[in-house]
Design a protein around this ligand. Structure first.
Ligand SMILES: NC(=O)c1ccc[n+]([C@@H]2O[C@H](COP(=O)([O-])OP(=O)(O)OC[C@H]3O[C@@H](n4cnc5c(N)ncnc54)[C@H](OP(=O)(O)O)[C@@H]3O)[C@@H](O)[C@H]2O)c1
Length: 266
């Protein structure tokens, strides 16, 4: 598993981490997937109070392996008192420390950044970030990036969602910000139907065995991206995804091939 610096001076993160939207929103827990992620080196895990039970389930599953992980979560509310509660709950679940605390969907971002800065001063939050899934919010995201108050962003990037190439990725590079990539598999839509094995043949030289790995390598072959966070409910798929986190990375031709194959998937 390759590791990259999450922004200038930021922590070293494994290039394949794990998301938790839907997959960890399960009352009975999902220790097997979290254990598979940690064992495979996908130790960067992302959650949010927006994901139902996921934050709690993740904390439970990490258990006494909490210190092996870099935990990213989010604050997501327009209400100040609820924001405080979300942060205190998360700190309770994650052993008193969140490694990357993000403002989810930029909700109330000025006040939320002040709250997270206070926690950072207390030593309970290591790095602060902001996330948005929609290109319609990328103008505001760029404004937040330029404040100098965050060190990482989380954005969608896959062969079907390339809007970040216009302004967000160049700006992140210019400002030295870390980039966490959500929806690397297109929310599951891109992997629902894999290309034929023959179509993937030219990618085998890059260590690709499956279509999901091809999509992850497509993201990670852009050096401006530091960690992709595919979500899965299946331990075997977690191991498969983690295996995409090692070089060699795609050249321009291989990247173009994956984009062409992805274009035929919808
Ligand atoms: N901040 C935001 O606004 C925001 C928005 C969206 C997402 N996110 C974050 O980004 C993470 C990832 O995004 P996402 O969950 O929307 O989508 P994703 O990771 O692109 O795709 C997840 C889907 O792909 C399937 N999958 C995973 N690995 C696979 C494999 N190797 N082969 C075949 N199918 C596979 C999963 O199904 P199975 O469970 O059946 O494997 C799941 O349905 C989220 O979990 C969340 O942490 C943030």
């Amino acid at each position: 598993m390759q590791r990259r610096e999450l922004g200038a001076g930021g922590p070293q993160v494994p290039v394949v981490g794990m998301g938790t939207w839907q997959t960890l929103d399960v009352p009975e827990g999902r220790d097997d997937v979290v254990t598979a992620a940690l064992d495979a080196g996908s130790t960067f895990v992302d959650s949010s109070p927006m994901y139902g039970e996921a934050e709690r389930v993740l904390g439970d599953a990490l258990g006494d392996r909490r210190d092996e992980a870099l935990v990213a979560t989010k604050v997501w509310t327009p209400d100040d008192a609820e924001a405080e509660r979300q942060v205190q709950r998360a700190l309770g679940w994650y052993g008193g420390r969140v490694d990357l605390y993000q403002v989810h969907n930029l909700v109330g971002w000025r006040k939320r950044l002040t709250l997270l800065e206070r926690e950072r001063d207390r030593g309970t939050v290591v790095a602060i970030g902001a996330t948005h899934y929609s290109p319609s919010a990328f103008g505001e995201l760029a404004e937040v990036m330029r404040t100098g108050r965050i060190s990482a962003i989380q954005i969608p990037y896959n062969p079907h969602e390339r809007d970040v190439e216009r302004e967000i990725l160049p700006l992140a590079e210019e400002l030295g910000l870390g980039v966490v990539v959500m929806r690397p598999l297109g929310g599951g839509r891109l992997v629902a139907r894999a290309p034929d094995a023959a179509d993937l043949e030219p990618l085998r030289a890059f260590g690709v065995e499956t279509w999901a790995q091809a999509l992850l390598k497509w993201v990670l072959s852009d050096p401006r991206c530091h960690v992709a966070i595919p979500a899965t409910s299946r331990p075997g798929r977690m191991r498969e995804n983690a295996a995409a986190g090692a070089p060699p990375w795609f050249d321009d031709d291989a990247r173009a091939l994956v984009a062409r194959l992805a274009g035929a998937r919808l």
